[in-house]
Design a protein around this ligand. Structure first.
Ligand code: FPP
Length: 247
């Protein structure tokens, strides 16, 4: 083997895995998963919720620092009331069982406009956030009644009400008033179920993110699928020993 071959071999050996700092997932395909099995849509959401717990736990285990999941969008109110109620009930059950996050050392936070949510859900959300505030593991954001445009409108309203002048309006000033203020922007966005859209998800924060799409329906999504996505991410962000970032 010549010098050049050895050089490349050595380089490959010291290649390190690069984990994203912040993964954002659009949990899509619950309805189609249920339909394929002639089950009601509620069965799809129940299965999707199981996958959500598994993936959150797995992210925590492998050392991902931030995960944001899209649980309910500002547009999802257009669904039949029974389906909206079903998703809210899944959320209630998740929050009542504190082993889901406290027991996992997961810090829970909600992003989105809480105003129209039921009072008991708002209370459960606040309690879960307070109870898990000291957790040192995964920071898990659940996007609930969340819309990216709505979030930006909300930030602009805050800027106006705080009396900021044109010279104070910077990208940072806007980032600081988003629901994700203080968190790193998502650097990896995953959308299963064969759709290739962002659907108003984290539209400001995703400006520089890498994207990963797959045909897998969310309830079928496994930790092994996340591994595959992470390996793609790592290849796209290949770093060699001592080099922080190749971009
Ligand atoms: C999109 O699939 C999924 C949703 C709108 C709901 C996602 C909610 C969960 C997985 C439960 C989350 C629970 C917690 C505790 C965070 P879809 O219904 O649009 O699927 P389809 O496109 O196949 O119809």
């Amino acid at each position: 083997m010549g010098d050049k071959g050895l050089f490349f071999k050595k380089k490959k050996q010291i290649e390190t895995t690069v984990l994203p700092k912040h993964i954002a997932i659009i949990m899509d395909g619950n309805g189609r998963w249920a339909k394929k099995r002639s089950l009601p849509r509620s069965a799809g959401h129940a299965a999707g919720s199981k996958t959500f717990k598994t993936i959150a736990r797995y992210c925590n285990k492998i050392g991902i620092k931030y995960l944001t999941v899209y649980a309910f969008s500002t547009e999802n109110w257009k669904r039949p009331k029974s389906e909206v109620d079903n998703i809210m009930n899944i959320l209630r059950d998740y929050l009542k069982d504190t082993d889901n996050f406290k027991g996992e050392n997961i810090r829970l936070e909600f992003i989105g406009d809480r105003t129209p949510l039921a009072e008991d859900i708002k209370e459960l959300m606040l309690k879960a956030e307070a109870d898990s505030a000291d957790a040192t593991g995964l920071h898990l954001n659940i996007a609930l009644n969340y819309g990216g445009r709505d979030e930006i409108v909300h930030a602009v309203k805050r800027i106006v009400s705080e009396g900021l002048g044109p010279e104070d309006i910077t990208e940072q000033a806007i980032s600081d008033r988003l629901y994700t203020a203080g968190q790193p922007d998502p650097d990896f966005i995953i959308r299963p179920s064969g759709e290739y859209r962002l659907s108003n998800y984290l539209i400001w924060q995703s400006a520089y993110a890498e994207y990963w799409f797959s045909d897998i329906l969310w309830p079928d999504f496994k930790p092994e699928d996340l591994d595959k996505a992470l390996s793609d991410f790592s290849r796209r962000n290949r770093r060699f020993g001592g080099v922080e970032d190749n971009k």
